[in-house]
Design a protein around this ligand. Sequence first.
Ligand code: SF4
Length: 490
Amino acid sequence: MNNMTYHLVTLGCQMNKADSERVMTIIERLGYTWTDKEEMAGLIGILACSVRQKAIDKVYSRIHRWNTWKKNRNLLTFLTGCILADDRKKLLKLFDFVFAMEEIPDLENIIKQYGMVTPVSLNTSKPFNLLEVDEQNGKLRSDDFAPVRSPKPGFVNYQSLSRQQNIERIRNFWNIDPTYSSEFEAYVPIQNGCDKFCTFCAVPYTRGREVSRPSGEILEEIIQLLHRDYKSITLLGQNVNSYGRDKKGAEISFPELLARIGQLCDESGKEVWIYFTSPHPRDMTEEVIKVISRYKSLAKQIHLPVQSGDDEVLIKMNRKHSMDKYRKIIHAIRMHIPGATIFTDIIVGFTGETNNQFESTRMIMEEFRFNMAYIAMYSPRPGAVSSEWLDNISPDIKKERLFILSEELKKYSSEYNKRMIGQTFRVLVTGCDRKEGFLSGYTEGKIIIRFPSNNHNLIGKFVDITVISSADFSVEGLLSTVRKAEIIDR
Ligand code: SF4
């Protein structure tokens, strides 16, 4: 008898998290049920991203542990996600099977190839058609979305697929109803892949070329989420604001999509914050910024990766934007959305980065006063163009540069947070804080806030908090009002 439980570990970014929610739906359609205890599961998988070495290191440590369990019991292991060819080759030997996320509708066949039966197939005489239509919502008609299958389970070589094949694969995947892991925060993929080819990045090789999801499907998912009272929705894509460009006029543009979502949410009468990540500076237009300023539901927080403050480094990174362009965007944000918070991503110690070039990056910390910056020390990723170049900045220098930027970030973030003292903010409560007797959440600008309360009914709800003190990257406050209707249990 099969052990009918499964456990899935997700290692990576928000996009990986959103992918997991669809992978879980398919596994559950096969009849498996979730267990929190991976040591009890009959099917264990990892959805990982080899764009970051850390995630791959964790994959190795997990699979070695799981493989020791196989001595005592039946266990099936799988790997999926955005995995580079080099990592894939090594990991193939350690897992029972690997597959690209878009191959998930084929999961039952993949499992059967390993001589296993799925819980659903134990109870049905005909094979379970994962692509058949859902009578409730009419989704996933197998004849509408004929899957493009690789001859054997395994990862797809995206460069060998035509654009049309890529589109069909990812559309099948998007049409799977996600098993949302939160009851109030949701991630909605609107675009997949990347055409930018930054030299340090392997995403175009792990995810393939850009494909935009049809706007009708996106709006439909947003409507469903509004009906279910979701409070925070993040639109996801590797290059979220180049949405629609691959369709060459046959699809609406990113600002048009944002405007439709903003209007839909505002008119719904629901309180909701809509975020998007990550946009590329090259495609960031004043129109996008004006649309955000126009609709209440579009959150006034923008995550705009800069990567470096130096034009020569940006050229070497093939970022396709200059500091002049970035500066103009920031000015436009400050002009049209004065209260917006701005987050960024920065890489220090990129191949050949000189002291002067690093200094240019340090100076933009002061100039732009980011609320948050995710700062990474450069490390070459196999598959990315820069992995062929000498990684000639020593780890010590990288660490020092990381430290310097972190200190700069702290300075401006804490100044901003200090100015919040005495003001009252709308806050989405997300869970218990590490500090005992406190709950935590975030403001519309994604500033972390904690407040004393043991009322767990507030989790997933909006409350008003008056800030009384601040730290480098968070603030503390007191519950000022709770809209009574909102704290009634669902
Ligand atoms: Fe990678 Fe650059 Fe594409 Fe972002 S824009 S996913 S960093 S290649």
